[in-house]
Design a protein around this ligand. Structure first.
Ligand SMILES: Cc1ncc(COP(=O)(O)O)c(C=O)c1O
Length: 412
């Protein structure tokens, strides 16, 4: 069945024809039917090298044997128990030993739930109303993270409000804390921005975030929904050696099934019901399928060397820089571990504001050029591309050739 006829049906069912807005790109998105290793196979039978990877989770590629077998085996035993189960303990222990700051955790079903409850918990624990976040930082679709105002505006601290500061700007961070510090329950941030495209922290920025939150008695929450297990076995906090009070995870830790996690300091997490008075629940939380998928994925990941997908990300980034330079098109390519974004921009992209000055028309030409030639990335300039352990040297070589020819076309 063609994507266009499926889209016609989908449009009458789902707003914009999709069940998550980031899946849409004009005129209508390709409907995919299968994933195999580094490839997606469309409803029309076409094959694409996949750098979207379901927006991050599929770090082992699609249909990784060990994960599929674990899910299949578990499906025959139970898909939901509504009772505690061994697999929750086993995945939880793996997470805690890989990310020691997560002394106690709770599973949810999505990253959105994880950040929502982490934010609620920070307000409960500190008794303070304000949440500070990063401009353009994304923590899922709930009001606590979507409704934010600039820290420079007038804010009534009696309102439970989310305020924001630009990323990578220690001065703005200090100014926001000077103004509102004693009312700030938590500062939540993705340690590497992934949702304006990839932007890595400048040296010292995350350390500054740790220092100032401690000074004002606010909690530091690292949203590692994307970065958890993405560029090393563990979280980005391990790489920079900054210990947040709370961490949120999702994506990779479910092995490709729905999952979320929030966790951190035991004295904070002990407040969560039923051990404390902070109420939080979920019918499907810790469901055995996601747990089985997560355990299998982490066990495979533990034995793998991240340097290969990391070097592939670097190779693609360098090739894109060179190809667009030769074609006379200005780009900035940001890479962090196994994540990258080609920004059509002459400015260095260091935060949301600089990312938003990118040329979306050129991006759209790039995206469509890749797609026509069998390469699939997320359909927005403000997204990351991801490498997986399933990508081969051959995939990367083909991708680089396609980028060269697309760059030439755009440059003409
Ligand atoms: C950093 C970050 N936090 C939270 C979320 C929300 O996770 P989910 O889509 O699983 O609700 C996302 C989703 O992309 C994310 O990138």
């Amino acid at each position: 069945m063609s994507s266009s006829s499926l889209y016609t049906r989908a449009k009458s069912l789902f707003p914009g024809g999709v069940n998550s807005p980031v899946r849409f790109y004009p005129p209508y998105p390709k409907f995919m039917s299968r994933g195999e290793g580094s490839k997606l196979i469309g409803e029309d039978g076409n094959e694409y090298i996949d750098y979207c990877l379901a927006f991050g989770p599929m770090i082992l590629g699609h249909s990784r044997k060990e994960v599929v077998e674990a899910i299949r085996e578990q499906a025959g035993k139970a898909t939901s128990l509504g009772t505690p189960g061994r697999l929750e303990v086993e995945l939880g222990e793996r997470i805690r030993s890989a990310i020691p700051s997560m002394e106690m955790i709770r599973f949810t079903n999505s990253g959105t739930e994880a950040t929502m409850h982490a934010i609620r918990l920070a307000r409960f624990f500190t008794g303070r109303p304000l949440i500070l976040k990063i401009e353009g930082g994304f923590h899922g679709s709930h009001d606590y993270a979507l409704e934010s105002v600039p820290y420079t505006g007038p804010i009534d601290p009696s309102q439970r409000t989310t305020i924001e500061v630009p990323y990578n700007d220690a001065n703005a961070l200090n100014a926001a804390f000077q103004k509102y510090g004693r009312n700030i329950a938590a500062f939540i941030l993705e340690p590497v921005l992934g949702n304006v495209g990839v932007v890595a922290p400048q040296p010292g920025y995350l350390q500054e975030a740790r220092k100032i939150t401690e000074e004002y008695g606010s909690l530091l929450i690292f949203d590692e929904v994307i970065t958890g297990f993405r560029s090393s076995y563990g979280a980005y906090q391990n790489i920079v050696e900054v210990k947040p009070d709370l961490t949120t995870l999702g994506k990779i830790v479910g092995g490709g099934l729905p999952v979320g996690v929030f966790g951190g300091r035991e004295d904070i997490m002990e407040n969560v019901s039923p051990s404390g008075k902070f109420y939080q629940q979920g019918t499907f939380s810790g469901n055995p399928l996601s747990m089985a998928g997560g355990i299998a994925a982490l066990d495979v990941l533990k034995g793998l060397d991240y340097s290969l997908p990391t070097s592939f990300a670097k190779q693609i980034a360098e090739a894109a820089r060179l190809a667009f330079f030769k074609a006379g098109v200005e780009v900035k390519v940001n890479v962090s571990g196994t994540m990258l974004t080609v920004f059509f921009n002459h400015n260095d992209v260091v935060d949301s504001k600089t990312a938003s000055t990118s040329n979306s028309e050129l991006f759209s030409k790039y995206f469509n050029g890749l797609l026509e030639n069998g390469i699939f990335i997320a359909g927005s300039q403000m997204e990351a591309s991801f490498l997986s352990f399933a990508h081969s040297k051959g995939d990367v070589g083909k991708t680089i050739e396609v980028i060269k020819s697309v760059a030439e076309k755009i440059g003409n």
